[in-house]
Design a protein around this ligand. Structure first.
Ligand SMILES: [Zn+2]
Length: 492
């Protein structure tokens, strides 16, 4: 048995009737708006008055609020609150700044007239209510939302058919809401929002037109500023390389890095105007390769290439706004369409590495073929110490009386084995280096290492005093002069 209490039924005249306006009990002659079954008016002295179904009914009365809302929309001539519709339009100026204009429409109660219910708007599209706004004559559709929100497909359809439509959400009402509650909610307080408005693009177009003079004025200022920079660059066209801050290209990393800074030798003073940019020809310092030069306003996002088809390497010079002509930091430079330059650089790195490996193999082969004295001579030569008399193979330093030749060989051999420059000659690490112990057949006993450490330190200190080493502190020394390129030794 349905125990739903309802305040509203349908009279024999086919109109909604409130339980207060009906006769009591079975004699009310009222039916349910949903299931069309007879209702009983319960008008007791203590409890609130309500209609109920006959025993055995399973009706939930779910659609009654929907039906009543449409009914009151049609029958009550009251101003209907239309929610605010904000429409905005924007335009970008040459510097990439966005200029925006917003207009807010409605946001007030307006008279609706010529209200019709359930009129087909298109095949498979039948919004709840069609009406006309008296003040503007605009046709407005209203979708009443109670139990089921309009699905996304219907909303798409409304937009596609360009129907001005709002959704009215009456889910705050109940089956026992009073007439006053219905009217207050429907015409004023119930939530509502615009599903679509057919005039949005028209209003946006009007707003854009409003913005145009403002953006044009800003652009005009940029254009005259660009003109000044263009004339300045033309005036220094033969020495552009000297005052601009050039971006660099690099390949590889660490010791195997090549950095290239492509610069222009000069630019042509003949400029062509493109949208947002001036264009001219440039000639690079290296091989005089021709490229395009573009001059434009920095658009915040520095280095953004212009929307052009680039056929040649292109230098983009962007002017930061605003800045003085001679101030080189105000120009932001970036290269575009230079993949082949980068590839060439990568190719050079690959080639360099290949040469290095080849030289290394050759060097090791040649070095190992030498006798001990020759190895020392070669090592000294490579360390760029070959012309220092007291470092010569077999020479004794001023009153110095240790196993000098061994030490010289040890240090320099180590230097070459370690390959890295500047290599630190770290006293304690050298004195106990297992590789050196093996190469020079030294004792690996702790006391022997300790003795070597003292000897080594005193000797390095002496070389430092003679200006051959640099003292890096904490028993570390580096060569005062960079070592020779090993490739030269190979080719000798
Ligand atoms: Zn019913």
């Amino acid at each position: 048995m349905s125990s739903v209490k309802i305040s509203w039924g349908e009279s024999i005249h086919g109109k909604p009737i409130h339980v207060r306006d009906a006769a009591n009990g079975l004699a009310c002659n009222v039916i349910c708006m949903e299931c069309r079954g007879a209702l009983i008016a319960n008008q007791g002295d203590i409890k609130d008055w309500y209609f109920s179904h006959y025993p055995g009914s399973t009706c939930s009365g779910e659609s009654i609020i929907h039906v009543l809302t449409k009914y009151f929309l049609r029958t009550e001539a009251r101003p209907f609150f239309l929610p605010t519709l904000a429409i905005s339009a924007s335009q970008e100026d040459m510097a990439g700044h966005i200029h925006e204009r917003v207009v807010e429409l409605y946001g007030k109660a307006l008279i609706l007239e010529n209200i019709e219910l359930e009129v087909p708007a298109a095949i498979d599209l039948r919004p709840d209510c069609r009406t006309q706004i008296q003040e503007t004559g605009e046709v407005l559709w209203i979708e009443v939302f109670y139990a089921n929100r309009k699905n996304e497909g219907d909303i798409q359809k409304i937009r596609r058919h360009d129907i001005t439509c709002i959704e009215l959400d009456v889910s705050s009402l109940t089956l026992t809401s009073s007439h006053e509650e219905f009217i207050t909610a429907i015409f004023g307080t119930a939530k509502r929002h615009w599903l679509h408005h057919s005039n949005i693009s028209g209003v946006q177009e009007r707003l854009r037109q409003d913005l145009e003079p403002q953006v044009a004025l800003v652009n005009q200022r940029y254009i005259s500023e660009l003109d000044a920079h263009r004339e300045y660059l033309s005036a220094v066209s033969d020495s552009v390389a000297n005052f601009l801050e050039w971006p660099s290209l690099s390949a590889g990393s660490g010791a195997n890095q090549i950095i290239k800074v492509p610069r222009l030798k000069s630019i042509s003073v003949e400029w062509t105007q493109l949208i947002n940019y001036w264009k001219t020809d440039g000639f690079t310092l290296e091989k005089g390769i021709e490229c395009d030069v573009l001059l434009g306003i920095a658009k915040g996002k520095v280095g953004r290439p212009p929307s052009l088809n680039l056929y040649k390497p292109t230098l983009l010079i962007e002017v930061l706004q605003p800045h003085a002509l001679e101030d080189s930091s105000g120009y932001v430079l970036s290269w575009h369409n230079i993949d082949h330059w980068k590839q060439a650089l990568n190719g050079r790195i690959q080639q360099q590495l290949a040469y290095k490996i080849r030289d290394e193999v050759a060097w090791r082969r040649r070095f190992s073929a030498l006798n001990a004295l020759e190895q020392q001579a070669a090592a000294l030569q490579l360390a760029n110490l070959g012309d220092v008399p007291e470092m010569r193979v077999g020479a004794f330093s001023k009153g110095w009386n240790c196993y000098e030749v061994t030490w010289k060989c040890l240090i320099l051999y180590h230097h070459m084995i370690m390959e890295s420059y500047p290599a630190h000659l770290h006293v304690s690490a050298l004195a106990s280096d297992p590789l050196l112990q093996r190469v020079l057949r030294l004792s690996n006993a702790t006391e022997a290492s300790r003795a070597r450490e003292i000897e080594l330190y005193l000797w390095l200190k002496r070389l430092y005093e003679d200006g051959l080493l640099i003292d890096q502190g904490r028993q570390r020394f580096t060569l005062a002069r960079p070592p020779q390129d090993r490739a030269r030794f190979v080719r000798q």
